[in-house]
Design a protein around this ligand. Structure first.
Ligand code: TRP
Length: 337
């Protein structure tokens, strides 16, 4: 049997090239090996845990994320793309798993802790948000996922999921649930910094390049990138460290020799920011131009995109329902079977 992969994203906006580098690209590569059975979930219920009062954002973002997936090459013939809220078994599994987790254990989750701080929840944490790692364990275990490709910040979720699996299988004396393993980006490559040099590319910081940005927007954003503020005249020697143009060239340009030459020239002086930015634009356009074009093609027929999600959700439902049946049997609440 093929190993099962499960991963997903919260639909709170369009996906950006940070998502692409950090995970989308790798998902497509895994899919294309043909060695796995991949499930890709749009986690709208998880998105609602901190956006309950803004459901329109989630609803609108759902199809945007689906378009981003299709544009980068996630292929519904090879990967099951589905919508979390359309799989009721996930909520039921969550309710059983919640009994296996303590409040103090949840309080120790460093990612949730950081998010609570970021979102200024202080004491007003939505209960659903607080327990989302448990719901994420349901997402993973419902599909008996072996592998979960995610960003480094998701390691605590996987740890929590493994603990739940071990507790469940031990308490109910059946090896039903499968312990998942994370697949993380190679060290130092997980996170693309923002245009402004901030360590994180994020919608709330307004420093993103979206997969859906048109060529002019892309050019404009590249031209606005943070470089070396002390590199004022072309002949001045420039700094590479912390210079986003070179950081991005390191990530996106496959011509490493050329990048090394440019760096040397920039350091020595005599190479202007506009010139390197124009070059970076060409490099990015070569990678993202075709993606943008495919995205626009899919966007011409949104009903077809919703159909893909509907079909994927139908298939995902069957799998999750089967796991739920096994879970109910193990707990012994299968009274009428
Ligand atoms: N928490 C993930 C994120 O914020 C999204 C997600 C929800 C997920 N359920 C998942 C990822 C299950 C992997 C597996 O990006």
């Amino acid at each position: 049997m093929k190993k099962v992969i499960l991963t997903g994203d919260r639909p709170t906006g369009r996906l950006h090239i940070g998502h692409y580098v950090g995970s989308l690209k790798n998902r497509v590569a895994l899919q294309n090996t043909g060695k796995y059975d991949p499930y890709i979930m749009i986690a709208d219920q998880q998105a609602l845990t901190d956006n309950a009062r803004d459901p329109k954002k989630i609803r609108d973002s759902l199809v945007q994320v689906a378009l981003d997936y299709l544009a980068v090459g996630i292929d519904p013939a090879r990967s099951t793309i589905f919508v979390q809220s359309q799989i009721p078994a996930l909520s039921e599994l969550t309710s059983y798993y919640l009994n296996l987790v303590t409040v103090s254990r949840l309080e120790r989750n460093p990612t949730v802790k950081a998010e609570i701080q970021q979102k200024n929840f202080e004491r007003s944490i939505p209960a659903g948000f607080f327990v989302y790692p448990v719901s994420q364990a349901a997402d993973i275990t419902a599909f008996k996922a072996d592998l979960v490709p995610v960003g480094d910040d998701q390691e605590p979720m996987l740890e929590q999921a493994r603990e739940i699996v071990r507790s469940f299988n031990a308490i109910y004396e059946k090896e039903i649930l499968v312990e998942p393993e994370g697949i993380f980006p190679p060290k130092g490559q997980g996170r693309l910094p923002g245009l402004d040099g901030n360590a994180k590319m994020s919608k709330s910081l307004g420093n993103c390049i979206y997969l859906s940005d048109d060529a002019d927007t892309l050019r404009q954003k590249v031209m606005s990138m943070y470089t070396d503020p002390e590199h004022i005249h072309i002949e001045d020697p420039g700094k590479i460290e912390g210079n986003m143009v070179f950081t991005y060239l390191d990530v996106f340009d496959t011509d490493k020799e050329k990048v090394a030459d440019l760096k040397q020239h920039y350091r020595a002086g005599g190479l202007g920011d506009v010139k390197i930015k124009r070059y970076l634009f060409e490099v990015l356009e070569a990678e993202f131009g075709p993606i943008r074009k495919r995205r626009a093609e899919f966007a011409q027929d949104l009903p077809a995109v919703y159909d893909i999600l509907k079909e994927g959700s139908k298939k995902a439902n069957k799998v999750a329902e089967q796991t739920l049946r096994e879970v109910r049997d193990a707990i012994g609440i299968n009274y009428f079977d």
